[in-house]
Design a protein around this ligand. Structure first.
Ligand SMILES: [Mg+2]
Length: 388
């Protein structure tokens, strides 16, 4: 079966019900400061929305086979959509639908002259996810079966966000905080970071896991000083402390913090940075994003590389969408799923996520036998051309 067309589309979901519960307070995301790579520029320090792209629309890639069967992969940003339309579509059309390894390799090599990591891997990811969705639909099997699963009957999920009292009430037993302060805040910031983590540990108690996400805001020196102050609070891991391209800094941090588990990867693109991270034993938990790193295919490769090195993989946002869930069902070394709670305290998860989306209960998502492909439940009539 050959690929007939590769199109970038918009998904127009029919009107869904608005959450009816009244929040007891606004979500932490509306006002909280989070340390980030731009924190050193006072104009942009207060909130990431001050410097983010002015537009970065969602899109989907629709890959249609000769018999009319189609698969869908999602992505973000006009630059990645342009890479698909201008550089990938014409080389993929006419190729075998199920030759996903070959098609991935073609997209990877075609992107060499203009640069692979980043925008092009977002483009590769969306096409790859569409190809896997199509492969599942053509074979009438869920994707987790095509890659060897299921490996577990439920996924332990942790809550990401700073409204930990609310997440505890929802039944979560593991919590990841967004670190508010960084090097730009000096000694006072170190002190306030410790108070912030101490408060969270106090709320969740001793019988729960606590992690800290540092969103590329630190350097080696700051990370070591903060980690030493936070040692009494028993963090399961500290995440993404450094700029992801700086492999030497990751090596230095590992040697200066041998006792602290370190996690990173959501802003590493393709398997190659992971090869370095594994080779130099810089990280304990690898966190690729299935929409950015190169799709399901590249995540499977990273899981296999991690398995050979005795490492754990925990996808960035892996419990939030069907793509991440299928990978997490299937791989033996993906025991945890990240669940970012975007809704305000007081609004039940199911109400915020919409009916039909799996949400964690008692910190777990239970296995449900899947529909063909990723089981996206998106109708063809909801799709319209992206470029108009
Ligand atoms: Mg993170």
């Amino acid at each position: 079966m050959k690929i007939q067309s590769v199109e970038v589309v918009r998904i127009q979901h029919p009107a869904t019900s608005v959450p009816s519960s009244t929040p007891r307070r606004p979500a932490w995301t509306t006002s909280a400061e989070v340390a980030n790579p731009m924190s050193g520029f006072p104009r942009f320090k207060a909130h990431r929305s001050l410097y983010g792209p002015r537009q970065w629309p969602s899109f989907a890639v629709k890959v249609t086979a000769e018999d009319g069967t189609w698969g869908l992969g999602t992505g973000n940003g006009r630059p990645a959509a342009a890479v698909i339309t201008d550089a990938f579509a014409h080389i993929l059309e006419g190729e075998e639908c199920l030759a996903i390894e070959k098609l991935w390799d073609m997209m990877f090599r075609v992107s060499k002259p203009f640069g692979t990591p980043g925008i092009a891997t977002v483009a590769i990811s969306s096409v790859d996810l569409a190809l896997w969705d199509l492969a599942g639909k053509l074979q009438q099997r869920p994707v987790y079966e095509l890659i060897g699963g299921p490996a577990r009957d439920r996924i332990f999920t942790y809550a990401t966000g700073n409204d930990v009292d609310w997440y505890r009430e929802l039944g979560f037993r593991a919590f990841k905080l967004a670190c508010p302060y960084g090097p730009a805040d000096g000694l006072d910031g170190l002190e306030r970071n410790e108070e912030f983590v101490a408060r969270a540990r106090d709320v969740i108690g001793d019988n729960a896991e606590l992690m800290l996400d540092c969103y590329m805001a630190f350097d080696v020196e700051y990370t070591v000083r903060l980690a030493e102050r936070l040692r009494p609070y028993r963090l399961k891991w500290i995440e993404e402390c450094l700029i992801p391209e700086d492999i030497e800094a990751h090596r230095a941090l590992r040697s200066r913090l041998p006792w602290q588990s370190l996690a990173s990867g959501e802003h590493m693109y393709t398997r190659f940075p992971y090869q370095q991270m594994i080779k130099y034993d810089c990280l304990d938990i690898l966190q690729p994003d299935i929409h950015w790193v190169g799709g399901l295919s590249e995540c499977v490769r990273i899981c296999h590389m991690a398995a050979a090195a005795g490492k754990t993989v925990c996808l960035h946002g892996g419990a939030l969408n069907p793509y991440g869930l299928h990978l997490t069902w299937a791989m033996p070394n993906t025991p945890w799923g990240e669940y970012f709670v975007g809704s305000a305290p007081g609004v039940p998860l199911q109400e915020a996520a919409g009916s039909g989306s799996p949400v964690p209960r008692d910190s777990h998502i239970d296995f449900q036998p899947g529909e063909p492909g990723f089981g996206l439940r998106i109708k063809e009539e909801w799709l319209s051309p992206f470029w108009t």
